[in-house]
Design a protein around this ligand. Sequence first.
Ligand code: G3P
Length: 224
Amino acid sequence: MLYMLDSANIEEIRKACDVFPLAGVTTNPSIITREKKDFFSLLKEIRSVIGNKMMHVQVLGTTTEDMLKDAASIREKVDGSLFIKIPVSDAGYKAMQILKKDGFGITATAIYTPQQALIAANCGADFTAPYVNRIDNISGMGVNVVSMITDLFNLHGLSTRVLAASFKNVQQVHEVALAGTHSVTVGADILWKLARHPLTDMSVEQFTKDWNAQYGEGKCIYNM
Ligand code: G3P
């Protein structure tokens, strides 16, 4: 399962990339506006931090025509591994088919139902992003939606991947992992919570304490 960071914050991205083998970074207009920076300068800055990892960038246009123009503009200014995020609206489904023919990587986003994901896969989406927590907020069982999408893709032999998104806690991420999602995108707070445990830190402290008691402070294996 691939882990991506759902953020446009350069410091968050830098810290996460330094420690974890992230597959990429995902953004949306709300995430971008939080940074209060010039849009394309920010994307270029993100690219310089993540190298050629995947960057998922969302269009803002709501008509097919505007989505196509947004996508072209993003591709012109952002190099490397790029996926254009397109919401699964009527205009979006149409845009995905045209962009696919033009060789764009596509991430279908703002998905709330399994059928939306299946239709997006048919339109040529490389990734489909169901919004787990937002589905939970309408009592729609986000994990079940992810599970049904992965089942549908496997059942119909589709290569489109599930990129589960919108998480508010570690348990949601764990459950979509068990449900077989191919990838997740999580905020920095969730990423660190997934990776850390206080008992791990306590264990390491005890190892150091025992070692120091026998061999003296500051003695590591390499300087014995
Ligand atoms: O990538 C989509 C995601 O950013 C939506 O998350 O937390 O705003 O529901 P959220």
